[in-house]
Design a protein around this ligand. Sequence first.
Ligand SMILES: [Zn+2]
Length: 544
Amino acid sequence: MYNLRLLRNLLPIAGHAHPRWLASQHKRRPQPGSLPPDRLEQLRSDLFESRQELSGAEWTEVRQSLVDGYKHINGHNVDAVILGVCSAPNQLALAKNYVEFLRSRGSKPNAATLGRLLRVYNAAYHERPLSEAEQLEILQICRSLQAEHETLDASSCENVIHGLVATSGDDWQRGLPLLEMMKVTSTPSVAAYCALAEKAFSVATPEQELAWRLLEEMATARKPPKCEVYLALLNHLANETAQLPAQLSRLLQFLERHEILVSQRVAIRLQELSSQVPQLLHTRTTHLGALGKCQSCQQHLQPVAISDEEFRQLRECFLERVLIRRDVFQRSTPEEVARFKKFVEKTAPYDCVIDGLNVAYSTGTKKTPQQMAKLVATVVRHFREQDKRVLVLGREHMRNWSKQAMHYVHSNASLFLTSNLSHDDPFLLYATLRSGQETDFFSRDLMRSHAFHLGTELKPIFRRWQQEHQFSLVTQTQTGQIIVKEPVRHRLCAHQVAGTWHVPYCAQYTPHPTDSFEVPANWLCIQLKKQTTPATKTKAKTTR
Ligand SMILES: [Zn+2]
């Protein structure tokens, strides 16, 4: 028996002081399944990292101390917790050793425990090729999990998918029905989607159409794909350069359509790929100068403005939803909507539509009604000084705000007050779109749900229109002056200008990117050269 003394020092024993990694655990009560990372990190670094196996007595003590030491750890979840702690790629042996320990004492690991073990196999698979024996073990676990439960819960589906993709051969495709099974209860997780899409791009004969379908599904569900999926595609293209022009332009169009920013890892891989095949691809990192000028190729990025035809489509679709489907003004009464439409018919068009309450609250909600009214009046003055016709939307309770400031608003703008319960943004969008293509609006609201409800075709058009026309308040200075954020007039997502792609990237992957219109600091300037066959080369020469 070795190191039991070390273990005793590490683990709490009744009547003794708690070891470092269990100290003060009573202070916060973590959710089941998640543990205070610092304490468990201690267990990982002080014990698990240096070991490939533990004796039965040591495992018994680890297990018991976790059950005793944490309120939310019990006999049912402790095994999965332990495997969650030894989840690093090089801890597969230790994780398997624990499951063997469980079996040796006659207990059967539950689905969560086996699921965690599959994740450790998957972590190891990303570091080194798994042996045939290891792959057979994975398949055995997957089979037993599926045999025992006709329908697996979403997290078991995700775990089995992670197991299957770590094997060679076609077994990974059995993960696809599991992805469908996940859809019964919710949208499949990013991890499940990515594991399958990455695999589909990486297998010897890639299932590209499948991978692209999964990517589209993810992006449509607002789940940005992880870097690994793009890297799998780029790694494949590094070996199959004949496919590079078509597949890479498909990737760039995908990023454009869904306004996705790739991470620096992907940007670096793209640059490496360029130096590998300079005849096909030319990539440079770049920054934007004033007015969106690329510092590398000196071209200006495309203006964000949409065409007349696109504006017509957008307006028609939005107004149709107002007039026919009536799902826009959900929290307003039909009488209020009718009164508003009549008001707009009478007073439109406007140059700028201001969400009064949004403005009032945008420098904090703890202002007095007098300060808020003054702020709205200052914003109205900002536009009146430019001779703009202004509509201010507000709520009934604003009538009680400072008489003087509200009098200024009333005499310098059209003012429409809705009931206190209504949402303002449908009114704002209606009045702005109804007024015409040049009309701007003033609000900090990101209008996410409106963009989403317009559907995949119109959403990017709406977003471009929004970017071009949305003003908002940055801050108010001590002297009462306002600083207004003006729209950025060039596009902020991947797009082509005269055959050159400009692709923004961010430092690292984020599962919840912001929808705000910030100019990304880092860009790639990419020229995709068409691979020409000798015949077309000659033709190209003669026509020039
Ligand atoms: Zn450029």
